[in-house]
Design a protein around this ligand. Sequence first.
Ligand SMILES: Cc1cc2nc3c(=O)[nH]c(=O)nc-3n(C[C@H](O)[C@H](O)[C@H](O)COP(=O)(O)O)c2cc1C
Length: 147
Amino acid sequence: MDWMIVYFTRTGNCERIAKKLAETTGYPALRMIDDVNWSGFFGFMKAGFYALTGKRTKIKVEGKLESDRIVLITPIWAGSITPAAKSFLDHFDPSKVLLVTVSEVTKPQDVYRSLKRKYNLLGVHGFNRQVDEDKSIKELAEKLQRV
Ligand SMILES: Cc1cc2nc3c(=O)[nH]c(=O)nc-3n(C[C@H](O)[C@H](O)[C@H](O)COP(=O)(O)O)c2cc1C
C-alpha cells in the first residue's frame, strides 16, 4: 500500500480534510485518539497548555498501520502541532511522514520553520482559512503521487 492517512481532530476540521483526501486518493484514513479529554473550555485551555509546554500524550491509531508512508493531519495549537502529533513523530520515522497542518490564521510556513530543526519530514502541506480547501486537497493528492 502506498500511503495511509492518519488524523487527529478536536473539532472535526482535520477529520473533514482527511476524509476528502481519502475520497480523492483512495488511501485509507485512520483516526488517532489520545488519552486526554480536550472538550469544552477546560479542554481548550488544557490543549493550549499542553501545546506550549511540549507535552506528549498516549496515542492510539484506530486501525492497522499497514503502509510505511503516512500523511499525518493535525490541527495547530498555540503555534505548534498537537501533543498527539508530536507523540506520533516520536514513534514513527518522520522521514516517512508528510505532515499536514490545519489552522485558522497561522501560516503553515511559520510552523514548519521550527519543525524543520526537529524532524526530517518527507514533506509538508498546510491548510488555513486563506486557502481554498478543495483546491488544496487536489494539490496535496498530486503531491502524494510525486513524493
Ligand atoms: C488550544 C488551541 C490553540 C489553537 N491555536 C491556534 C493557533 O495558534 N493558530 C491558529 O491559526 N489556529 C489555532 N487554533 C485553531 C485550530 O488550529 C483550528 O481550529 C483547527 O482547524 C482545528 O482542527 P480540528 O477541528 O480538527 O480540531 C487553536 C485551537 C485550539 C483548540
